[in-house]
Write a protein that binds this ligand. Structure first.
Ligand SMILES: NC(=O)c1ccc[n+]([C@@H]2O[C@H](COP(=O)([O-])OP(=O)(O)OC[C@H]3O[C@@H](n4cnc5c(N)ncnc54)[C@H](O)[C@@H]3O)[C@@H](O)[C@H]2O)c1
Length: 386
């Protein structure tokens, strides 16, 4: 019985996917436009793929490799005589991996499963829900039927979001960097509803500064909110969630800066790498006990985080330009909310969103941390272009 089921699953359907000219040309032009910093060339394989090798390969793919004749040779195989019935969807996915605008990726990142998810009767808690990503997630969860506890240090913002989303939403004014306040939040939620199905530890603050302009208080504040705030959420809620006996999901907001480094953001990166590590360790521990833990890693998202974050030294004079960069190039917080819903609907451990921002540097960092160093150095400069 199990053997026939296994065979059925293992059967591959060899359909062909027709790649449009514009997708191919876009890929070629991106390969050509990639700038490779000569000074950073790694000349041995001990630290991953040498940069010179990667650069040659990209050049070959851009200008010399005959994609169409390879495709034709592949399509000549009898097994590939049929075009994929879902070709337009795959074509769209190809466009995402080659590069699209944030708006397009919003449409593509929410899976059908997530779009149809019914959260009626489910209880959600979202911290930092008075603004940006947290507010967008609270709205989306409520739209799918969940009762949402909207928590934020800004009491007015939390009340405004809870009032707007309805569905019995409750607002709470708490500072996640104070463990006793997070514990009081968990107690209040469990006293009222007796369960939590979705916990989104999302509250966070931004920080950018050269290390010689960074203070010890900066480290304490950033780690206190971004890393310990998440840890306090886990400590206050997870033991209660384990007792409730229902499967549940914990989503911890980390960042792209938790997957690869960014210069002049050491405290922020430390806090977000910490959240990724914490989430992975917790998922390994809790998944067999019915709780999935997800590290949410957004890229550049258009929220007030830069305008309201702390910047010191040279960067403080560039804050307005960096905020303008986020306004202009940032994806909508709704994109991230859709990815959260997707992670609730189907198993995810690390959610990089929008994938067009995060995936390439993340993968590159996994191949070779040294290769990402020039990118880490250049990113703050790019952002100060406004
Ligand atoms: N915007 C981005 O580009 C981006 C990218 C990656 C990760 N993130 C992360 O996403 C999360 C949400 O950020 P956002 O962009 O929506 O920013 P935001 O400023 O719009 O929202 C953050 C919310 O958290 C609240 N908050 C701050 N400190 C708090 C505290 N101590 N206790 C409780 N609430 C507190 C703020 O009042 C605000 O409402 C953060 O953890 C941030 O680090 C943001």
């Amino acid at each position: 019985m199990w053997q026939s089921q296994w065979r059925e699953r293992a059967t591959l359907m060899p359909f062909r996917i027709d790649v449009c000219d514009d997708v191919l040309e876009d890929l070629r032009s991106r390969l050509r436009r990639t700038r490779w910093p000569e000074a950073e060339c790694v000349d041995d394989w001990s630290q991953g793929m040498p940069l010179a090798y990667t650069r040659d390969l990209a050049g070959y793919w851009a200008d010399e490799y005959d994609w169409r004749s390879s495709e034709a040779a592949l399509f000549a195989c009898a097994e590939l005589s049929k075009t994929c019935p879902d070709s337009s969807r795959l074509q769209a996915r190809l466009r995402v991996s080659v590069g699209v605008t944030p708006h397009e990726s919003t449409c593509l990142e929410g899976s059908t499963m997530a779009k149809n998810i019914n959260l009626t009767g489910k209880i959600a808690v979202v911290t930092g829900a008075g603004s940006g990503i947290g507010a967008a997630t609270a709205r989306l969860l409520a739209r799918h039927g969940a009762k949402v506890h909207v928590a934020d240090i800004n009491a007015d913002a939390a009340a405004a979001v809870a009032g707007e989303i309805g569905g019995g939403a409750v607002d709470h004014a708490i500072d996640v960097s104070h463990p006793e306040e997070v514990e009081a939040l968990a107690k209040a939620v469990f006293d009222q509803d007796g369960r939590v199905d979705i916990l989104h530890n999302n509250a966070g603050i931004g920080h950018g500064a050269d290390i010689d302009a960074t203070t010890v208080e900066d480290w304490q504040r950033v780690i206190g909110v971004n890393l310990l705030g998440v840890a306090y959420g886990v400590q206050a809620f997870v033991p209660r969630m384990l007792e409730q006996g229902h499967p549940a999901t914990v989503i911890n907001t980390a960042s792209e800066a938790g997957l690869h480094p960014i210069a002049r953001m050491a405290p922020y990166c430390a806090s977000k790498f910490g959240v990724v590590g914490m989430s992975e360790a917790l998922n390994a521990e809790l998944r067999p006990r019915g709780i999935r833990v997800v590290a949410l890693c957004p890229g550049i998202i258009n929220t007030p985080i830069v305008r309201e974050g702390t910047m010191r030294g040279d960067l403080s004079t560039e804050q307005a330009k960096i905020a303008a960069f986020y306004d202009k190039h940032g994806a909508s917080p709704d994109t991230v909310a859709a990815a959260v819903l997707d992670a609730i609907a189907r198993p995810r451990l690390i959610v990089a969103t929008p994938r067009t921002h995060v995936l390439a540097p993340y993968v590159l960092h996994r191949i070779s941390p040294r290769l990402v160093q020039p990118l880490a150095r250049v990113l703050p400069k790019v952002m100060t272009r406004g």
